[in-house]
Design a protein around this ligand. Sequence first.
Ligand SMILES: *Cc1c(COP(=O)(O)O)cnc(C)c1O
Length: 372
Amino acid sequence: MRPTSCEINLAAVAHNVRVLGEHVSPTPICAVVKANGYGHGSVEVARAALAGGATWLAVALVEEGALLRDAGIDAPILVLSEQHESSVAELVQHGLVASVYTEAGIDALGSAVDGTAVDGTAVDGTVLEVHLTLDTGMRRVGAEPGDVAERVAQIAAYPSLRLGAIWTHCPVADEPDNPFTADQLERFDSAVTEQGIATHVGNSAVAIEHPDRPASMVRCGISIYGIDPDDALAGRLPLQPAMTLRSEVTFMKTISAGESVGYGHRWTAPTSTTIATVPIGYADGVRRDLGLRGGEVLIGGQRFPIVGVVTMDQLMVDLGESTCAVGDEVVLIGEQGDEQILAADVAQILDTIPYEVVCSVSERVPRAYVNR
Ligand SMILES: *Cc1c(COP(=O)(O)O)cnc(C)c1O
């Protein structure tokens, strides 16, 4: 087998959930495990998060929730967007909690559940919990704040639907100095107070920034993986990164000054140097331009630059005067000796966010689960 793997420390996930739980106590933690647990593995992360004290889970898609149910997980699972009509039956079948915000969406769900009912009563007393999503400034999805009363009444008209919460999402909560979030939360509060229904507003940044805000739960994603939602919030909580992306040196050679490396010969050795080849590439989620932008790896506890373009299955590293051996460990994300490369470091080099870095580790990279 190729010596490339993505190690996930589940003890770190449980630790992070515990830290977040203490920070926002007594508000319950909803662990967001969409997109295969941000690339970490949704079922394993979900179990670790529940062990760490999370009481809710959240996913983006019905099929992601179904996967958790099929693995035997019975915690409440919130689906974060209103789902396409074709997913409604599966959603009901798996007892997922639906987010709703359109008239048509509420009707589709209400009648689907009622469709299984006799005399207007849901079979086996099935009542589906739904959460009403408001758009208070994200401008992605959600009902307008002015439509709350109407939507609440529409939900109430279906005996098979129970409104568990009204919620919203904050687009700039990771910018502590941006006054938008406080304004947005005020708008949200004034739209929902009359309804007397439980609410939740937070992602990780809100959990870190507004720990005392009363809520039925706080939806934590990136932080449970041990990653700060933004550099501005770095180190605010003692989070532990859960992911280590590693490989090994599989080939080495010396090249002469003036020789170029890889496709397009995008890097030319200024002096004679040693080049190590590592079997991980852009098909594994390492961006093709990582080396061109200054990306590094760790070998023998030292940093070395990736040179040339990352190819589909392999990349090249300039060892300079140093030496290593075939079989030596290469760390792309994680710790080695006294050195560390955070997902946030890679994100900064690539002009993106750590969320994208960890989500990009592709299915081809086997996940190895450890507890340490
Ligand atoms: C992804 C997501 C979250 C989690 O956000 P983090 O920044 O990863 O904590 C919370 N709420 C909604 C609606 C989301 O889509």
